[in-house]
Design a protein around this ligand. Sequence first.
Ligand SMILES: Nc1nc2c(ncn2[C@@H]2O[C@H](COP(=O)(O)OP(=O)(O)OP(=O)(O)O)[C@@H](O)[C@H]2O)c(=O)[nH]1
Ligand SMILES: [Mg+2]
Length: 312
Amino acid sequence: MNAVSDYKCGYVALVGRPNAGKSTLLNAWVGQKVAIVSPKPQTTRSNQLGVLTTDKWQVVFVDAPGMLRAKHALDRVLVASAQQALVEADVVLWVADVSRMPAAEDERLAELVRSRIGNRRLLLVLNKADHLRAHRVLPNTDAYRALAPEAEWMLVSALRGDNLDRVLARIVELLPVGPQLFPDEQITDKHLRVLAGELVREAALYSLHEEVPHGLAVVVEEYDESDPALVRIEAMVYVDNDRHKGIVIGQGGSMLKVIGSRARKEIEELVERQVFLGLRVKVRDGWRTDEREVARMGYGDARELRSGDGDF
Ligand SMILES: Nc1nc2c(ncn2[C@@H]2O[C@H](COP(=O)(O)OP(=O)(O)OP(=O)(O)O)[C@@H](O)[C@H]2O)c(=O)[nH]1
Ligand SMILES: [Mg+2]
């Protein structure tokens, strides 16, 4: 740990609409896959830290769930997590998909950021620049800039790595002076056990469509690393209803096999060991609408939210 008196350290929140590329950015800056990523919105379900440390500074990124209008208890918990990240960070990154024009949700987000930012710094990170056609550059960037006229803005591509060094350098300039918060080797706050469950959910997000993957939660019931050659994992995949259970299992178990095989490879990369992954599927009817069930899945407790929290 570093105790130099001019050491800089602070929390940097990544907030924005679902699918803007927040988790992709986090992974790119941390240099390792710590957060799951998928082409489907609402991939991230809780705040997750990604820590980048040098001998002069430490950036603690907080990757938050995407902000959306809450439909049920799960959404309220997701939005409340993002609001918390926004309120607690030293520097706020509003990540937007610049390849699309802003929508009504971006206007609400701008309002929320404006009301909560105080005198902290806001960077408007316009992501997916690689996806932006030349004739859309000006209209799209102008439209986002108009939503946050006070903010510094940058065009980046998390996928290609464009401009990420420049944004990081600016973040470091804005960090407050303060002691290192996490040990050098720590890159996230989530245990391998939790990350393994997330990777199962990520595999499901890639293989399933429409509402099915959104109604899915994964709870790791056993994580046994006592064998130095093999990690043994048993996980329960909870689905929203009976019909989804059939889809997730697939004919003769074929879909569950596809999900399990993709997840196992990802987990093996993470833990650098062979993995045995056992998956089972259970129905929890309408769990996303039930505050107690949402908490039981490990996504925070909607019953503890104060009035206004989770509203968007
Ligand atoms: N073309 C392009 N795609 C990107 C870029 N950054 C992210 N993506 C893709 O956008 C999709 C969403 O990325 P995520 O990182 O999961 O987005 P997110 O903002 O964390 O989404 P939520 O967790 O749902 O809020 C994935 O398919 C990414 O590969 C980029 O710079 N360019
Ligand atoms: Mg995400």
